[in-house]
Design a protein around this ligand. Structure first.
Ligand SMILES: C[S@@+](CC[C@H](N)C(=O)[O-])C[C@H]1O[C@@H](n2cnc3c(N)ncnc32)[C@H](O)[C@@H]1O
Length: 257
């Protein structure tokens, strides 16, 4: 855990800023001896490499190293491409902000549960005669729509604006599932039979603290891929889908019982 664990984007920006003067010195030293185009290419590569190295020293996750390396290349590419119109960049930024604005803060990216896993969840609910399902951070709401109906009520909560809008639209069009915009940390989980989450390692400990306190006895928390640290699941299911999805099942109220 470092100072930048919670705000890796600041660490990544700092890495670029720290790398810049070093690259400027190296470029100045080599400017007389190598060709101009080669010099620019070298400067850009060096900036990316140094920034990635600094990100590593700051303890950032591996994908930030990749971003730090590619950022100067993308910037140089855009500048060298000449008179490009500005609007595609603005639009791309807006779309990324609407989809991923919560990722830097919450450390939970968008990836989706596959249909085989949704079908296993559906069978589990049928077998256990569970009727109420909540997906915390429901993404595009695929699981919610797959589980809603046939006596089951499925809800989803999502806080990324564009993802929420699309999920809600799809659910309205298919008339299945109830998708709400909101923060999973404020969700009322007290009436659900099954609460499902497919998040990341980061929120699992505080999430378990919330759920074990607020969910009703006899209900079930299922986490896709990420186990609660320092707490044995009651069951672990490894599915036979392509990515060998692992589901961790936690029965609520087991200790009390
Ligand atoms: C890995 S995706 C999983 C999507 C969906 N549950 C599925 O399995 O297909 C996690 C989702 O959680 C959302 N998310 C992250 N933090 C959240 C928060 N605090 N409140 C609500 N949603 C959140 C993200 O925007 C993302 O869409």
């Amino acid at each position: 855990m470092t100072v930048f664990s919670k705000t890796p984007v600041i660490g990544a920006l700092l890495a670029q800023v720290v790398a810049m003067p070093l690259v400027a010195i190296a470029t100045a030293l080599l400017s007389q001896s190598i060709d101009h185009t080669l010099l620019i290419l070298m400067a850009v590569l060096l900036q990316g490499l140094l920034a990635a190295l600094i990100c590593r020293l700051l303890g950032l996750a591996v994908w930030w190293l990749v971003i730090a390396f590619l950022f100067p290349l993308a910037l140089a590419g855009a500048l060298l491409a000449g008179n490009l119109p500005a609007w595609p960049f603005g639009l791309a930024f807006l779309v990324l902000a609407l989809v991923f604005s919560n990722t830097a803060r919450g450390r939970v990216p968008l990836y989706l549960t596959n249909s085989q896993t949704a079908s296993v969840l559906k069978d589990l609910m049928t077998e256990r005669k569970a009727t109420r399902f909540l997906d915390l951070g429901c993404g595009l709401g695929g699981v919610v729509r797959a589980l809603d109906g046939e006596g089951r009520q499925a809800r989803g909560i999502e806080n990324a604006p564009a993802v929420f809008l699309l999920a809600r639209l799809l659910s309205r069009l298919s008339r299945s599932g109830d998708i709400r915009r909101g923060d999973l940390w404020r969700a009322d989980v007290s009436k659900e039979d099954v609460v499902y989450a497919f998040l990341s390692p980061e929120p699992m400990a505080p999430l378990w603290k919330k759920l074990s306190k607020e969910m009703k006895p006899g209900s079930l928390f299922i986490s896709n891929s990420f186990a609660v640290p320092d707490h044995e699941p009651d069951e672990t299911w490894t599915l036979s889908d392509g990515r060998k999805t692992v589901l961790y099942l936690y029965a609520i109220g087991r200790e009390a019982a």
